[in-house]
Design a protein around this ligand. Structure first.
Ligand code: LIP
Length: 270
């Protein structure tokens, strides 16, 4: 396998994420709701997502020409390249459209076995999260680590509402029934990539969502891992995470929460 200079690649990806974030913020200044298209029920996209992806893809191709792509707005390669970029050019699209926070750029580099580099730039708070497999995790140059929270009664937990309401509704309502009033707080913010970084930074202790995409979680996954956290599916598996089931935590409350997830998992309709 080709040896990569992960430090150099990380620095270049940070610049690309910042450039794409600057584009998003500029477009947000004059974004009009009539520019919205629907990819599916309540699943919105606009020229901003697509133009951000085009910008990011062109920069990444120059950085590592031999790498393939898995990107939310369609850039992809069927061949099984040794390296692959996993890109969400605008995570938190619905927030962006309605001028809410958070929304971010998420870029990861993976090989066939593992994620090597992850960068997430959350635009509204100007927070650049990054890590690679040879580094710790950082936000705006300061090291970040997950929380020490091990008490479910005080845990701060983020939930996600995926577009697939029919398949997910009963599960998430059962989760809310079990958690609401029995944990520190529940929050719903609409950007998986940013919120996984919030767990890595110790602001939240866990995040749970299903039916999202690999581009929503790839960069956040390595940032979380290098900060001491853990990401599994709803059965506790860490391999082949594709976004269908995403459970991120500080590791300390993982098993307690996994028990509750597994109690209600049967309500998920694939
Ligand atoms: C979003 C995710 C979020 C989820 C939304 C949507 P997008 O990604 O980050 O966690 O709840 O349904 O999938 O579509 O804004 O890139």
């Amino acid at each position: 396998m080709k040896d990569l200079n992960l430090t150099h690649i990380t620095e270049e990806v940070k610049k690309i994420a910042l450039e794409a974030g600057k584009f998003l913020l500029a477009e947000r200044q004059h974004f009009e709701l009539d520019k919205i298209e629907q990819k599916g029920a309540h699943d919105y996209v606009s020229y901003v997502d697509k133009n951000s992806e085009n910008l990011i893809v062109s920069r990444l191709k120059s950085l590592l020409p031999e790498a393939g792509f898995i990107a939310e707005e369609g850039t992809g390669s069927l061949e099984e390249q040794e390296f692959c970029w996993v890109v969400d050019p605008l995570d938190g699209t619905s927030n962006f459209i309605h001028n809410n926070a958070p929304f971010c750029v998420s870029i990861a580099l993976r090989n066939k076995n593992e994620i090597l580099v992850g960068v997430v730039y959350e635009c509204t708070r100007n927070e650049l999260f990054w890590a690679n497999k040879e580094s710790k995790s950082y936000m705006n140059g300061k090291e970040i680590t997950v929380s020490q929270q091990s008490n479910m009664d005080q845990a701060f937990i983020e939930l996600g509402f995926p577009y697939n309401a029919e398949g997910y509704r009963t599960f998430v309502l059962k989760m809310i029934e079990d958690l609401y009033g029995h944990v520190g707080c529940l929050r719903l913010m609409g950007s998986a990539a940013a919120e996984i970084c919030y767990v890595a930074a110790g602001r939240f202790d866990a995040r749970i969502e299903g039916f999202i995409g690999p581009w929503d979680i790839a960069a956040g996954n390595i940032i979380l891992q290098q900060a001491g956290g853990k990401m599994t599916d709803f059965s506790g598996n860490t391999d082949h995470l594709d976004g269908k089931e995403v459970f991120a935590s500080n590791g300390r409350i993982h098993n307690d929460l996994l028990t509750i997830i597994q109690k209600h998992k049967k309500h998920i309709k694939a």
